[in-house]
Design a protein around this ligand. Structure first.
Ligand SMILES: Nc1ncnc2c1ncn2[C@@H]1O[C@H](COP(=O)(O)OP(=O)(O)OP(=O)(O)O)[C@@H](O)[C@H]1O
Length: 455
C-alpha cells in the first residue's frame, strides 16, 4: 500500500501496521505539534455497512470512556473515497506482546501491568461494554516523560453487554477467548473478558499463553515460587464454568492488587517501591500546568526513596509526596465531609488513585492537604472516623508545627491511614493532612509533616 501524504490536517510519517480490517499510520498533528496514530478502515471493508458501523462504534466507545487506561480517540472523519478513519493516541512503545517476547518480566512488573489492564477493562465494563478480544498484542504501551503506561486498544469486537446476552457470533482470538466465545450463538457476559484477563495474566507471568481450555497447568508449575493466591486466581479466571470465575474485571483486578500488596511477594522490591508507577498519567502532566511539581532528591523512609514536591497556588501550601505515590494530582479535591464541615476548602491531592481517595475500602496511597482558616479545635478539623476502630493519637511538635495525628495502622486491610491537624505555633491557620501508606511507617508520616510549607 502506498503511503498517503496526509489525512486531513495530519501529516503521515509511516505505517505502524495492519490488522484484519484496518491500517494504522503514525502521523503528526502539525498544529498541536503532537504525534497521533490514525486507523483507516481498509478499502475492501469500507463499503460494508456492518463493518463501517463497528468501526465507528469502536471510536465512539473509546471517545465516551475517555480513560487513562484505554487508547483515546480524538477525532473521526471520512476520506474522499469513503474510508472512515479515527485519530488516536500514539502508543510509541509497542505492545505488551513485544514486552513478553523480550524476556521474563519481574513478578511485580507483571502484576503492575495486569492491574492496569484490569483497570482498563473495568472502565469498559462500567460503560456497559465487553471487549471480547483482550490479548497482549491489543494492550499498547505509551511512554511519558516519566515512564510508561498501558493503553488497552482494539475494540473492533467490542459489544454492548445488553446485546451480548442474545445471539452472538463467534469472535475473539484462540488461546485468549473464553470457551463460550467460540460457540456461535453463545450468550456472553463480562466473565468472557475475565477469562481473557486470566489468559493474559498467565502469559505475563509464565511467558506463554495457557493451553486450550480446560487449563490444568497452574502458572506456578512453570514459574515456581508464585504466591498460591495468584495460581488460584488465574486458574479461577480460566475456569470453563464461568460461575467459578471472578464476577467481573473489577473483582479480578482487586484480587491482583491485593496479591501484589501482600507483604511477602516473591522477588519483592521494598514496600514503598511496590507501588512504583513507572509513569505518571496524562492527568499528572496536565496538572503540571496548575501545580509546581518537581522531583526532590531525598532519602525519606528508605534509601533512594524520592519525593515529588507539589504546590497549589490557591491553597498556598506545598507538600512533598513520595514520588512512587504521586501518580495523579488534583488541586481542588473536596475534603472528606466531616473535614469540609469544619471549614476546609478543597485541597491538594497527590496519590496512586485519586478517584478512590475517600473510600478506605479501596487501596490508594498518597497525601491530601488542605487549609482551614482560623484556629478551630484540632479534633473538630480532623476526620477521626475514616476507618474502623480507635485510632492511636499522638502529639506532633517540632519547630514548625504543633498538633495531633490520629493513626490507624491497618484501615480496612488497605494499609495505614493517618489524619493530621497541625498549625504553625501562634498562627491562626490549620493544615489538615491525610496520609495513606501501604504499611504503617510513622517515620514517613513525620517527614511528610515536617516538609509541609505554608507559602
Ligand atoms: N494507537 C496506536 N499506537 C501505535 N500503534 C498502534 C495503535 N493502534 C494500533 N497500532 C498498531 O497497528 C497495528 C494494526 O493494529 P490493528 O488494531 O488494526 O490490528 P491488529 O490488532 O494488529 O489486528 P486485528 O485487528 O486483526 O486483531 C498493530 O501492530 C498495532 O500494534
Amino acid at each position: 500500500m502506498s503511503q498517503p501524504e496526509a489525512f486531513g490536517r495530519y501529516r503521515v510519517i509511516r505505517r505502524l501496521g495492519s490488522g484484519s480490517f484496518a491500517t494504522v499510520w503514525l502521523a503528526q498533528d502539525d498544529l498541536l505539534k503532537y504525534p497521533v496514530a490514525i486507523k483507516v478502515l481498509a478499502e475492501n471493508w469500507a463499503h460494508q455497512m456492518d463493518i463501517q458501523h463497528r468501526f465507528l462504534e469502536e471510536a465512539r466507545i473509546l471517545r465516551q470512556t475517555d480513560s487513562t487506561w484505554l487508547v483515546a480517540v480524538h477525532d473521526v472523519d471520512v476520506l474522499a473515497d469513503g474510508r472512515p478513519y479515527m485519530v488516536m493516541t500514539y502508543a510509541d512503545q509497542g505492545s505488551v506482546a513485544d514486552l513478553i517476547h523480550r524476556g521474563q518480566l519481574p513478578l511485580d512488573e507483571a502484576l503492575r501491568l495486569l492491574t492496569e489492564i484490569g483497570q482498563g477493562i473495568t472502565v469498559l465494563h462500567g460503560h456497559g461494554t465487553i471487549h471480547r478480544d483482550i490479548k497482549p498484542s491489543n494492550v499498547l504501551l505509551q511512554s511519558s516523560p516519566v515512564g510508561q503506561r498501558v493503553l488497552v486498544a482494539d475494540l473492533g469486537f467490542a459489544k454492548a453487554i445488553d446485546e451480548a446476552s442474545g445471539f452472538t457470533a463467534a469472535a475473539g482470538t484462540p488461546g485468549y477467548m473464553s470457551p463460550e466465545q467460540s460457540i456461535p450463538g453463545g450468550d456472553l457476559d463480562v466473565r468472557s473478558d475475565v477469562y481473557s484477563l486470566g489468559a493474559v495474566a498467565y502469559e505475563l507471568i509464565t511467558g506463554r499463553p495457557p493451553s486450550r481450555p480446560p487449563v490444568k497447568v497452574a502458572p506456578g508449575r512453570i514459574r515456581p515460587g508464585l504466591p498460591p493466591a495468584l495460581d488460584e486466581l488465574i486458574l479461577a479466571a480460566l475456569s470453563v464454568d464461568r460461575e467459578s470465575r471472578p464476577a467481573d474485571a473489577k473483582t479480578f483486578t482487586d484480587r491482583v492488587r491485593a496479591i501484589r500488596m501482600a507483604p511477602h511477594l516473591p522477588e519483592a522490591v521494598p514496600w514503598w517501591q511496590r507501588y512504583r508507577m513507572p509513569w505518571q498519567r496524562a492527568g499528572a502532566l496536565t496538572a503540571a500546568c496548575v501545580l509546581m511539581a518537581a522531583a526532590v532528591s531525598a532519602s525519606l523512609g528508605a534509601p533512594g526513596m524520592s519525593l515529588t514536591s507539589v504546590r497549589n497556588a490557591t491553597q498556598e501550601i506545598r507538600v512533598d509526596v513520595p514520588s512512587v505515590w504521586a501518580r495523579e494530582f488534583h488541586t481542588d479535591h473536596e475534603a472528606r465531609e466531616s473535614v469540609a464541615e469544619a471549614g476546609a476548602a478543597p485541597g491538594l491531592l497527590a496519590a496512586t488513585d485519586t478517584d478512590e481517595w475517600h473510600s478506605t475500602d479501596v487501596p490508594a496511597y498518597g497525601v491530601y492537604a488542605t487549609v482551614v482558616p482560623g484556629a478551630p479545635g484540632l479534633s473538630s478539623v480532623a476526620d477521626t472516623q475514616p476507618c474502623e476502630g480507635q485510632p492511636e493519637e499522638r502529639a506532633i511538635s517540632n519547630d514548625d508545627w504543633e498538633g495531633t495525628a490520629w493513626e490507624w495502622r491497618e484501615c480496612h486491610d488497605n494499609g495505614a491511614f493517618t489524619s493530621v491537624a497541625v498549625h504553625p505555633p501562634g498562627t491562626p491557620k490549620t493544615v489538615y493532612l491525610e496520609i495513606r501508606q501501604p504499611d504503617y511507617r510513622p517515620d514517613v508520616v513525620d517527614e511528610i509533616i515536617d516538609r509541609v510549607e505554608l507559602l
